[in-house]
Design a protein around this ligand. Structure first.
Ligand SMILES: [Zn+2]
Length: 372
């Protein structure tokens, strides 16, 4: 199994400055290659491939000696990132997304990580040595497992540094079978409701941190551009974001671990990807569900559990008992079926539908594989 392990790293000012210099060089490379692609298309309707750009790297190193200190694999990774940005853009266009978001030029503070493959780094006890940069002290909260394939060094917007080891062949930590399955419905009032009728509350600390975030963002908007005070305000905003992010992640891990410990299979609704909302709260909430599902899936893989996505169309409208469509808008919190007389909580009804849809889907899958 593949898995990433992330650690905070520390270094002296000189080392940090060198790492920042790298980020800036890589950012410029990214921007120049993006501009090359744009020009080639504008002038000759040509698309430049990632391989064409990679072939130019030795030439770039010759012309701009400052790039010689950076390993070729790290430079290639920059071009691959740009290529992924293009591929994602085309995918969004294909999916008919209104805001396809053409790959953007990266401003200062907008390019914040680089990747090293086998060469260029050494792990030495408590220290991470990066060739041509220097020595970082690493805070190993838990040891990395498996074989390290690549490492990514990153800087957060509040100037904290991290290293992430992407590992291969990480041993599984299988959980004991429970012979139980569950469907979950994500909600606004409750974070989720499961098909046994249990609810997980939406934690209130998000709201508290959100208030802090809004306050700090307002302060930032009043500061003069490129002033020292503005930079300080920017860091405070970033810290508030980071706090929300960390709290949310902790909460997601706890909920995911409990669901997987108690159930062999968890059925979830398939989220639509490229939804864009005008409403900030709503898009934040959707992003939170997406992150939660990703954590749930990753944890399930590690534990030998299954997460199955059901294409959840109108799960809130259909009666989980008799299948009758009972139309209701978001404000109606109770499912009341006049056909079979079922009266239950709206989200509980949805969770039961997701369980049923998911189990049906799994049945179909096994039939197909049996036929082969
Ligand atoms: Zn009914």
């Amino acid at each position: 199994m593949k898995k990433s392990f992330k650690y905070r790293i520390y270094a002296n000012t000189e080392t940090i400055q060198k790492a920042e210099k790298w980020l800036d060089l890589l950012r410029q490379l990214y921007n120049n290659c993006l501009s090359e692609r744009i020009m080639a298309y504008r002038e000759n309707k040509e698309s430049v491939s990632v391989y064409t750009q990679m072939r130019k790297l030795p030439h770039i190193k010759k012309e701009f000696p400052e790039y010689r200190q950076i390993s070729s694999q790290t430079l290639q990774d920059v071009l691959q990132r740009l290529d992924r940005a293009y591929q994602n853009f085309f995918l969004r266009v294909k999916n008919g997304s209104k805001k396809a978001g053409f790959p953007r030029f990266k401003g200062h503070h907008r390019y914040d990580s680089f990747t090293l493959k086998q060469a260029g780094y050494k792990l030495n006890g408590k220290y991470l040595l990066l060739k041509n940069i220097g020595k970082f002290k690493i805070k190993l909260s838990r040891p990395a497992e498996g074989t390290i394939k690549t490492i990514t060094v990153s800087r957060t917007s509040c100037s904290k540094w991290f290293v992430c080891f992407s590992c291969d062949r990480v041993p599984l930590k299988l959980l004991l079978k429970t012979n139980k399955e569950i469907g979950i419905d994500m909600g606004c009032k409750s974070f989720l409701t499961d098909s046994s009728g249990n609810k997980v509350k939406n934690p209130r600390f998000f709201k508290k941190s959100q208030r802090l975030l809004i306050k700090r963002a307002q302060k930032l908007s009043h500061k003069k551009k490129s002033s020292n005070r503005r930079n300080k305000a920017r860091i405070l905003v970033a810290k508030a974001y980071e706090r929300i992010f960390n709290q949310r992640k902790d909460f997601h891990f706890k909920v995911a671990n409990r669901l997987l410990k108690e159930n062999d299979i968890v059925y979830i609704e398939k989220l639509k990807y490229f939804k864009t909302f005008r409403n900030l709260n709503r898009s934040m909430r959707d992003a939170a569900w997406f992150d939660f599902f990703n954590i749930l899936k990753a944890k399930a893989e590690e534990a030998g559990r299954k997460v199955i996505e059901a294409p959840a169309r109108s799960t809130s409208q259909i009666c989980s008992s008799c299948g009758t469509v009972v139309p209701k808008d978001l404000s109606v919190r109770v499912h009341n079926c006049s056909f079979c007389g079922l009266i239950i909580d709206r989200d509980y009804n949805s969770a039961l539908n997701i369980l049923r849809l998911g189990q049906g889907l799994r049945g179909a899958e096994t039939k197909v594989s049996a036929m082969n």
